[in-house]
Design a protein around this ligand. Structure first.
Ligand code: BG6
Length: 293
């Protein structure tokens, strides 16, 4: 069976090769992706999976705002918006063949809570496709604006928590000489490409928004070997985040104590600027995660 609806409000996708993925309806959050029997996503052992809090781990969906907007139409929304804290509809299977199994989820204005509707009163519709291949996981978001509605501005990001053996052995490639905003320094100032490192080793807390790298693939290496790639399609930016050793103190749902060593977030999105979606228009962007080892 390539696709199974579980009793815990989740679905499991299984590929003929043996790879699998599990997606919660809450947030349409992918909480597991296994290739060759190995889990490729980090999920906190204290993550809430019961719909009371955004999931700490897996791939939460960030929409319509990245971080906390201080001004503009998204200013009333909580950090990272409502997509990750809303319960999505299962739309059904899109593809099932020897190459891929794909399932779609939907979220519209009617699915979000009345508070969020007040905070962001637009007539949007999201269709999220999760596609599992032998060694790939593709996440595609289509965003629609109703024909008889108002234009709106949005940001979107796939907040992927990638599992690693030890983050101190990790290097991220594909962001060399790219301008970035350092969120540990307030995120306002842009570090220019000329000062940006030739290679990015993760040796302390990191929270950076890399603005529009021309390279559309970001690669995570461990001890010099490429372990996973994040490819972007129509997604301009990349966020790299690891909260380091204070993670369990700062986040009540972060565990185990040394879990921060076992993860690196490489987040594909379009978040440095706002996208305007005119009424009647739609927008689509994807990331492809590819397991290499
Ligand atoms: C990252 C942000 O994308 O998400 C960080 O760049 C933030 O600044 C992190 O701390 C986690 O956010 P949250 O809301 O899930 O705790």
């Amino acid at each position: 069976m390539p696709f199974n609806q579980n009793n815990d409000n989740s679905v499991t996708l299984t590929h003929p090769s043996g790879s699998s993925a599990k997606v919660l309806l809450y947030g349409a959050t992918v909480i597991s992706w296994e290739v060759e029997g190995k889990e490729r996503l980090f999920l906190s052992s204290k993550a809430k999976l019961d719909g009371t809090k955004a999931v700490r781990g897996g791939i939460p969906l960030v929409f319509p705002v990245f971080g906390k907007a201080t001004e503009g139409p998204a200013a009333a929304l909580p950090q990272h918006g409502f997509a990750r804290t809303s319960t999505w509809e299962l739309l059904g299977i899109k593809n099932d063949n020897d190459d891929v199994v794909a399932v779609q989820f939907g979220l519209g204005v009617e699915n979000i809570d009345p508070e969020a509707q007040k905070q962001w009163p637009y007539k949007f519709g999201l269709i999220y496709t999760v596609e599992l291949g032998k060694d790939t996981l593709t996440n595609t978001m289509e965003i629609r604006n109703d024909a008889d509605a108002e234009d709106f501005d949005f940001q979107i990001l796939f907040h992927s928590y990638l599992a690693v053996g030890d983050v101190s052995d990790v290097e991220v490639k594909g962001l060399e000489k790219v301008d970035y905003r350092d969120k540990t320094q307030g995120g306002k100032v842009l570090t220019q490409a000329a000062e940006s490192e030739a290679r990015l080793d993760i040796t302390s807390e990191i929270d950076r928004l890399y603005v529009a790298p021309s390279e559309t693939t970001t690669t995570v290496l461990e001890k010099g070997k490429a372990v996973v790639e994040v490819q972007r399609q129509n997604l301009k930016d990349v966020v790299v985040w690891n909260p380091w050793e204070k993670a369990p103190q700062n986040m009540g749902d972060f565990a185990p104590e040394d879990g921060w060593k076992r993860m690196i977030c490489v987040e594909a999105g379009s978040v440095a600027e706002w996208h305007k979606l005119r009424k009647g228009d739609s927008w689509t962007g994807s990331q492809v995660l590819k397991a290499l080892l």
